[in-house]
Design a protein. Structure first.
Length: 139
């Protein structure tokens, strides 16, 4: 199993341990006749439900040569997903999931903080080894 797949399944198990039921893996959205779904491997997109609450989750590793380029790409993806959710499933809340290591390495930087705040990006920070959700950060 590749590292990317391992992170995907680790987050999925962490979400399930946290009481969520995964309903779509991947979650497929359509925006203006365009199919949207995350790539296999590094990015996975899925949906979960818990006590009537619904979420959509995009997982990112930020392991490319440029974390800023990855951030730019991620912001664009999340914006498209948000637009599609607003049309298809407005009750579903969108989250970006990152491992604790990625969060510590990148998300304390001012540019990441600005991007999170300005784009109102909700975060899930998880421990990929223990398969546990550590933080839910809502904007």
């Amino acid at each position: 199993m590749s590292r990317r797949d391992a992170l995907h399944y680790s987050l999925r198990r962490a979400i399930e341990k946290d009481g969520w039921t995964v309903t779509d893996d991947p979650l497929v959205l359509v925006l203006r006749q365009t199919l949207l779904k995350a790539d296999l491997g590094a990015e996975k997109f899925f949906a979960a439900e818990k006590q009537g609450r619904k979420i959509a989750v995009e997982i990112k590793e930020f392991d490319s040569a440029s974390a800023i380029s990855e951030l730019e790409k991620t912001i664009g993806q999340l914006q498209l997903y948000q637009w599609a959710l607003e049309e298809q499933e407005p009750e579903r809340q969108l989250f970006l999931a990152v491992s604790q290591d990625v969060y510590r390495k990148h998300f304390g930087k001012q540019i990441f903080q600005l991007a999170i705040q300005r784009n109102k990006i909700n975060l899930i920070v998880y421990d990929s080894m223990q398969e546990e959700v550590l933080q839910w950060l809502r904007q």
